[in-house]
Design a protein around this ligand. Structure first.
Ligand SMILES: Cc1ncc(COP(=O)(O)O)c(C=O)c1O
Length: 356
C-alpha cells in the first residue's frame, strides 16, 4: 500500500498479518483446523431449520442472546448473568482484550499459544510478556506467575489444552495462578472436552479475576455456526460486555445451540470416538521410527519429523491437509493434525509409513 496512506492507519498494522490458513481449507482429507469430523445429522439440521423458518428474519436478534445464554448457563450449571455469548470465541477474544488492555498495558502470553492472542495485543499496542513453554511443550507455571508479578501484567491468557502444543494445565495449577497474581486470568478452554484435566469452570464462583472461554467449534462440531461463550462472575461480566459488538449472535446460532445441547449424547459419542482414535494414532505413530509423537490432551496431535516442510508437501500432494506449525517457538519441524474419521486417520498413517 501507498506509504502515505499507511501513515494514517493504526501503526500496529505494520506488525501484524491477515489471518491465513496455510495450504487452504479444501482437501480430500482435511485435518488442519482442529474441527470435528462429524457434521450434525440431517434429522437435527431439519428440526433446526424448521424452527428457524418461523423466526422473524426482519427483526434484530436480542442484543443479549438470552435463549443461547440461558441454554448454555443451564447446561454448565451456572446462573445466566455469569454467561455471555459471541459469534465464535474469536469474537469474544476481541471483546475481552478490548476490555482488559490499552496502550502500554502488559499481558502475559505463554509461548507458543493461539496466534490471535498476540495479534490482538499488538493491535491494542499492549506489551506482550512472553513466557516460553518447557522443552516438552508443557507450561512453566512458576515462571508465568513470576513474570506476571514482576511485570505487573493486567491480563494473563492461558489456552488449556493449548493450541498448538496440545498440553494442559491442571485445575490446581490454574487455581494457583489465579490466586497468586493480581491480574485478570483468561482461561481459553476451546479443547476442554478432550482433556484429562478438570475444567476451570468450578473456580469461577470463588475467583473474581477468572474468565473461562468456551467454543462450540470443536467438540460440539459447530465451527460453521460461530458460537462462543465467556463465563465469569456477573460484576466482571458486566464490565467486559461493554466493548461487545451488539447483535453478533444470529437467531440461527441460538436455535442450533439449543438443539445440540438437548442431544448432547451425540457429542459425548463423538468425543469418545476421537479419544479412542487419539490413543490408537499416537501409539501407531510411536512405532514409526523417524516420528516423535507428543502425548496430546486435545483433539489434535503434534509430531516432530526430520523435515516438516517435506512431509507437509508430500501429504498435501496425497490429498491430506495438516498444519505446519514449525514457525512457532520450540516447535521446529513440528506438524499438527486433528483426529479425523478412522479411515482418514488410517490413510494418514499409511502415507507416513510410505515415507520411511
Ligand atoms: C485456543 C483457541 N481459542 C479459540 C479458537 C477460536 O474458535 P472459534 O472462533 O471458532 O470459537 C481456536 C480455534 O482454533 C483455538 O484454537
Amino acid at each position: 500500500m501507498d506509504k502515505d496512506l499507511r501513515r494514517l492507519l493504526n501503526p500496529a498494522l505494520q506488525q501484524i498479518q491477515p489471518y491465513k490458513v496455510e495450504g487452504g481449507q479444501q482437501a480430500d482429507i482435511k485435518l488442519n483446523q482442529n474441527e470435528s469430523p462429524f457434521d450434525l445429522p440431517l434429522w437435527m439440521k431439519d428440526a433446526i431449520l424448521e424452527e428457524f423458518k418461523h423466526e422473524p428474519w426482519n427483526r434484530y436478534p436480542d442484543i443479549l442472546p438470552y435463549r443461547g445464554i440461558d441454554a448454555y448457563a443451564e447446561f454448565v450449571g451456572i446462573s445466566s448473568d455469569s454467561v455471555m455469548m459471541s459469534n465464535g470465541s474469536n469474537e469474544m477474544l476481541y471483546t475481552i482484550f478490548l476490555a482488559c488492555l490499552a496502550k502500554g498495558s502488559r499481558v502475559v502470553i505463554p509461548e507458543p499459544s493461539f496466534s490471535l492472542y498476540e495479534k490482538l495485543a499488538l493491535l491494542l499496542q499492549a506489551e506482550i510478556v512472553a513466557v516460553p513453554m518447557h522443552e516438552d511443550l508443557g507450561f512453566d507455571v512458576p515462571e508465568i506467575i513470576r513474570k506476571a508479578k514482576e511485570q505487573e501484567a493486567g491480563l494473563i491468557v492461558l489456552s488449556t489444552p493449548n493450541n498448538p502444543t496440545s498440553k494442559s494445565l491442571s485445575y490446581e495449577e490454574i487455581r494457583r495462578i489465579v490466586t497468586e497474581v493480581d491480574a485478570i486470568v483468561l482461561v481459553d478452554e476451546a479443547y476442554v472436552e478432550f482433556s484429562r484435566e478438570t475444567s476451570a469452570l468450578g473456580l469461577v464462583r470463588e475467583m473474581p479475576n477468572l474468565i473461562v472461554l468456551r467454543t462450540m467449534s470443536k467438540a460440539l462440531a459447530l465451527a460453521g455456526m460461530r458460537i462462543g461463550f465467556a463465563i465469569t462472575n456477573p460484576r466482571l461480566l458486566s464490565e467486559i460486555a461493554k466493548p461487545k459488538i451488539p447483535f453478533t449472535s444470529s437467531r440461527l446460532a441460538e436455535i442450533t445451540l439449543s438443539h445440540v445441547l438437548r442431544n448432547y449424547s451425540l457429542v459425548n459419542d463423538a468425543v469418545r470416538y476421537i479419544l479412542d482414535e487419539r490413543f490408537r494414532i499416537t501409539e501407531a505413530m510411536k512405532k514409526i521410527g523417524w516420528i516423535h509423537a507428543f502425548e496430546s490432551d486435545a483433539n489434535f496431535i503434534i509430531i516432530r519429523v526430520p523435515d516438516a516442510k517435506k512431509v507437509f508437501s508430500f501429504l498435501s500432494e496425497e490429498g491430506i491437509l495438516v498444519r505446519n506449525v514449525s514457525g512457532y517457538t520450540l516447535m521446529e519441524n513440528c506438524l499438527r493434525f486433528n483426529i479425523g474419521l478412522k479411515e482418514e486417520n488410517d490413510c494418514l498413517l499409511e502415507k507416513l509409513r510410505m515415507m520411511t
